[in-house]
Design a protein around this ligand. Structure first.
Ligand code: 6PG
Length: 253
């Protein structure tokens, strides 16, 4: 069983990004040292932009073992890769177009697919094909070394939204969901998220404070708060938040 989550409250969003970059480098070096490869799953939304820009700059651009990194995504909007809403485009234009990472090791979720169900099945096959290199948890689910996640003010993470059937998925690793008011998304499921060696949530801003407090200190209710259900089976869980996102926590950490 995993231990209690590590909660780090940083002064502001820039400090959260810097800390996330430090963890990215540390986990990357550890993974490559142990298994010769670093499998990292990126999050979308706007929060990770600051982290991604740091990765494209010194010291990270020259110290992360990029030639041994494999990049995946936790979710993608059903849009073209060049669309402003694309999580792939966010990573591509902030660091993937700069760091010396072979394009063959960038594994994009095909949000543009005419048949998203087919794209989900293809991605699941790709993830399962990582099993030999990445290792697995009992049951055969491949282990990402690092999964980066954000959280919405409603407690959603990746594209796992409150009360959705996708939260009950126990077999498939990648599914499609058409969320009312949000749109159609491809998303990894809890079985994949919970298999990670290290999960790092990054949440900043006052608009996340209520959800952060409910997820970290409120009653167990993962159907209402999907981020609360992301508990690693054998790995570590770290929450990086800024002071604004920490303001509803009962006690300062
Ligand atoms: C997405 C993300 C999603 C995101 C949260 C927080 O595709 O939107 O995967 O889970 O992390 O919605 O988004 P912000 O960082 O923009 O607040």
């Amino acid at each position: 069983m995993a231990g209690a989550p590590t909660l780090e409250v940083l002064p502001d969003a820039a400090a959260v990004a810097r800390r996330a970059a430090e963890l990215f480098l540390r986990d990357g070096r550890d993974a490559v040292g142990a298994r010769g490869s670093f499998a990292v799953t990126l999050s979308g939304g706007s929060t990770p932009r600051a982290l991604y820009l740091l990765l494209a700059d010194e010291p990270y651009v020259s110290s992360v073992p990029w030639s041994r990194v494999r990049v995946f995504w936790g979710d993608e909007r059903c849009v073209a890769p060049g669309d402003a809403a694309s999580n792939y485009r966010l990573a591509q234009e902030t660091f993937l177009n700069t760091v010396p990472l072979p394009p063959t090791r960038v594994h994009r979720l095909r949000g543009e697919a005419a048949d998203p169900e087919q794209a989900a099945r293809e991605y699941e096959a790709l993830l399962r094909a990582q099993a030999r290199e990445a290792g697995t948890v009992p049951g055969g689910v491949p282990r990402m070394d690092l999964i980066l996640l954000g959280m919405g003010a409603d407690g959603h993470t990746a594209s796992l939204f409150p009360y959705r059937q996708t939260l009950r998925e126990t077999r498939r690793l990648v599914v499609v969901d058409d969320i009312p008011g949000v749109g159609r998304r491809l998303t990894v499921t809890l079985p994949l998220l919970k298999s990670a060696r290290h999960i790092v949530f990054a949440a900043v801003g006052q608009e996340k404070a209520a959800a952060v407090a409910e997820v970290l200190q409120g009653p167990w209710d993962p159907r209402r708060l999907p981020a609360q259900g992301v508990v690693p089976r054998f790995g570590r869980l770290t929450w990086l938040i800024d002071r604004a996102a920490a303001e509803c926590l009962r006690s300062r950490v």
